[in-house]
Design a protein around this ligand. Sequence first.
Ligand SMILES: *Cc1c(COP(=O)(O)O)cnc(C)c1O
Ligand SMILES: [Zn+2]
Length: 415
Amino acid sequence: MEKLNGLRCRECGRHYPAAPVHVCEFCFGPLEVDYRYDALKGVVTRESIAAGPPSMWRYRDLLPIEGAAAVGHHVGFTPLIRAKNLADELGCREVWVKNDSVCHPSWSFKDRVVAVAVTKALEFGFDTVACASTGNLANSVAAHAAEGRLKSYIFIPADLEQGKIVATLVYSPTLVAVHGTYDEVNRLCSEIADKYRWAFVNVNFRPYYSEGSKSYGFEIIEQLGWQTPEHIIVPCAGGSLFTKIWKAIKELKTLGLVDGPVRTKMHAAQALGCGPIVTMIKNDTDVLVPVRPHTIAKSLAIGNPADGYYAYKAAKESGGAGEHATDEEIVEGMLLLARTEGIFTETAGGVTIAAAKKLIERGVIPRDESIVICVTGNGLKTPDALQDRLETHVKIKPSLSAFDRALADLKSQTS
Ligand SMILES: *Cc1c(COP(=O)(O)O)cnc(C)c1O
Ligand SMILES: [Zn+2]
């Protein structure tokens, strides 16, 4: 089955053969993978998907690779959890958490995009992969490059969390720490990508890379029994995950795999210290005003998001909204999810929980509707965010009497 028509410009619609390119030569619009949905209809079914592996590759027919996955065989198909305790706390009827804090192998949803991009790099015959990263992408590119026996160059802002740096270096990439913001790193990478024949997963491979995010959306719908939820709250950095979850829902609808009408409203979550997409949605304007990031949510700290305009459009089209979270609210969000559901997410997850809470309190998300909260990264990578926020533990000598005394003290404090 021939499933791909190559690439297509998102602005002027011009077609391009499948190649490692990402910008339209005529209008400078971004290129997107173009599928032959007519050929896929009736071939991709609920049964064919269910017969696939318990990973994102059960959706291989809707991803832009020609052969089998070359790396990341266990990426995806993460739990969708009915978050009963969180729902009670928020006063809501039905809350779900899509938990990519446990996505293999590098504990964030970035494994989905990287598994596609690195497989594609091997299909196009590249021997080197690279990326500009806010942290999680660095971890994932380095891990998948190791698995695929490729060289890797990873570019990060120098002020990244130590946990994210260690979780990159362990795979022996060439890690380049740039004294600047992510947006400056990204601009530098565009120049490097023009000069060296490397597969920059989020520059020249962006059309393929971004498609991997669709699997996160496909899984939500499949795990809900092929129903669309009424609300999905998504953390945004470049805005790609947000647009691709929306695309995934529309593709499943096109293929006749969704029960009933699509009723999902897509809501964007960003930090107040770096929230240009949410600002567009709040101000109801399609003009993105870049910002200089200042937030503890470093994995979301992109001041000039590549897909900001398209994320705004998807929010509008679906009838969704957006909300910002302060650093304080981000930490509260992380603690709330941990306390109610036993899930330790990173700052990005804190942003999403905080934004969801505010949208519910504002009445934008009605309490009796179905809500999916996207948790996209693991908290063990960013312990720094919580370090001085947590109560110190009880310290005692190794004797029963010491413990009895400590327990009595604790009880008197709480009574
Ligand atoms: C990169 C990232 C996002 C946002 O991804 P975009 O597709 O760039 O919007 C969300 N959560 C985490 C944990 C990330 O690392
Ligand atoms: Zn064009």
